[in-house]
Design a protein around this ligand. Structure first.
Ligand SMILES: [Zn+2]
Length: 254
């Protein structure tokens, strides 16, 4: 049963339209035992539900991403609420704040974020949080709501990570930890509590070394996992076991 897992993968996005069957085969052959499929585009949901229906290794998350906020219609919201209730949806996400791409609509972003946190609470599902150049505002919002969740593709400081962990959040590390200049992320990955750590690809982006620059896919998560094991000087099997426990505790304990 042991192997690697990917807590954040956009495999139903159009970047995988041409060869999703090969990518899924790679997942199986490389013994990636769990993949959380993130649907940021609502059109990806049906495909993701089909995968989850046929193979227990797949879970699904759906959320309205802050980057797309400006174009959302009433129909989008209705569809989102319908999908969010689906039994294969194990988390609401990714949701959050992104001031890197948009900083002229901060209040609207916060509003959408909070609305989805409230829905997650109602449905008793954890949240998957996207936060880019918005760490302090993200923290202020999460502090107000008691809900389980994970900061995905974490890019903040170690001190900030400790604060999120105090609120009960998990920290998920993606491929950039393997990059040479990622000093702060390496510090986070090597020092935070092991029982609060997750790993992910965030594919198709964020490809770890030695495939940096190529399209990312779930099987590459093992490079991130192995790298963190080296950083922490920990046995791979022990690490895998802990990561699986963390994943199950967060996403499957309801
Ligand atoms: Zn993502």
């Amino acid at each position: 049963m042991l192997g690697w897992l990917d807590s954040h993968a956009h495999i139903c996005s159009k970047e995988f339209d041409e060869d999703l069957d090969i990518v899924i085969n790679n997942i199986k052959e490389n013994n990636i035992t769990k993949v959380m499929i993130i649907c940021s585009d609502l059109n990806e949901c049906e495909k993701a539900f089909d995968l989850a229906k046929n193979d227990k290794r797949f879970d699904v998350a759906v959320g309205l991403h802050p980057i797309d906020q400006k174009d959302l219609t009433k129909e989008d919201y209705d569809r989102f609420y319908m999908y969010a209730k689906n039994k294969y949806v194990k988390a609401i996400g990714e949701i959050g704040l992104d001031y890197h791409w948009h900083n002229d609509n901060k209040e609207e972003q916060k509003e959408l974020f909070i609305k989805q946190i409230e829905l997650a609470k109602q449905l008793d599902k954890p949240i998957i949080v996207h936060s880019r150049d918005a760490m302090q505002d993200t923290f202020e919002i999460l502090k107000k709501y008691k809900i389980k969740g994970v900061l995905h593709s974490y890019s903040g400081s170690y001190e900030m990570a400790k604060e999120f962990i105090k609120l009960g959040y998990y920290i998920s590390i993606a491929g950039p930890v393997t990059f040479k200049n990622a000093r702060i992320l390496k510090e986070v990955a090597s020092k935070i509590d092991l029982d609060k750590l997750l790993i992910e690809t965030d594919c198709p982006y964020m490809t770890p070394v030695p495939y940096r620059g190529k399209r990312n896919e779930p099987m590459y998560v093992k490079h991130t996992g192995k790298y963190i094991c080296e950083l922490r000087n920990i046995d791979e099997i022990i690490f895998q076991k802990q990561i699986h426990n963390n994943y199950e505790t967060l996403f499957n304990s309801n």
